[in-house]
Design a protein around this ligand. Structure first.
Ligand code: 2AM
Ligand code: CA
Ligand code: CA
Ligand code: CA
Length: 254
């Protein structure tokens, strides 16, 4: 197995330790665009930690990351690392769990390694086209290609609350909807086969790692119209088993 996998796994374990060892009273919260869009000093600390590791490992690599003005790239040429230092920051602050750290590696636009670390559960999901998908050291099998009606569906809370894009109809067809507040956990749920799909609006650091792992299992993802994701800015995001994906894509109205 290429050394990059064990290298990045080690970074994530260390980053998780930093989070677990931080006393909650030292966490400071700042609003970005609105009161629901927040960043903490720990998001920034973890991002700086990962960037330092990347720069030591490969000084020529490009980096796309959510915080501190690292959130723009012209294109995906060369080797690109995509970082979400804490995904589910609101959960992190209010629940102290149900958040994750994500790292993705793309080579000339093609995903080669993805990592989603559920810190509090000590579950690291990782892999890529050359190795498969693992939960810690256990290799996972691709979930069954179930239909929308046979699975739970992750949905963005705003979309469901405002019934955007015919989403309540889609939710009604599913076995039930779930709103986790964490894109990475939604990706994990699809990889494990516990959710049949996910509908949201996401940035590249929210979907970069998950899409690499979904690809290994031949699961489908795109924007709402079926077009490839752009890896720039926030985009409509639809993913699921091939059967559920096709059904949802047909039913979405936008
Ligand atoms: P974040 O916690 O890293 O910001 C639910 O809010 C999920 O959508 C989270 O994974 C969150 O990631 C992501 N998300 C992406 N863009 C968002 C935005 N503008 N506002 C809130 N959440 C956003
Ligand atoms: Ca954020
Ligand atoms: Ca995120
Ligand atoms: Ca984040």
């Amino acid at each position: 197995m290429e050394p990059i996998f064990s290298e990045i796994k080690q970074w994530l374990i260390e980053a998780g330790e930093i989070i677990k060892q931080t006393q909650r009273k030292t966490i400071s919260v700042r609003e970005k665009s609105n009161r629901k869009d927040i960043v903490t000093n720990l998001d920034q600390k973890i991002q700086r930690f990962l960037i330092e590791k990347i720069q030591t490992f490969d000084s020529k690599a490009k980096i796309l990351a959510e915080e501190d003005g690292q959130n723009n790239l012209d294109d995906l040429t060369g080797r690109v690392f995509i970082i979400d230092p804490i995904d589910g920051t609101l959960n992190f602050v209010r629940e102290g769990e149900n958040f994750c750290i994500m790292v993705a590696v793309y080579e000339e636009g093609k995903g080669s390694a993805g990592f989603i670390y559920d810190v509090m559960k000590a579950e690291l999901y990782w892999g890529g086209p050359s190795v498969g998908v693992y939960q810690n050291e256990t290799k996972l099998l691709a979930p069954e290609n179930i239909s929308l009606q046979d699975g739970l569906l992750g949905i963005n809370g705003y979309f469901y609350g405002h019934n955007c894009y015919n989403i309540r109809t889609i939710g009604d067809i599913s076995l039930g909807i779930r709103i986790t507040g964490c894109a990475g956990l939604e990706m994990i749920a699809m990889l494990k086969g516990s959710h049949v799909g996910y509908i949201s609006k996401l940035c590249p650091w929210d979907y970069g790692a998950g899409c690499i792992l979904l690809d290994v299992f031949n699961m489908r993802y795109s924007d709402f119209s079926g077009k490839k994701l752009q890896f720039s800015g926030r985009e409509y995001f639809l993913a699921g088993t091939p059967n559920a994906y096709e059904e949802m894509q047909r039913l979405l109205q936008f």
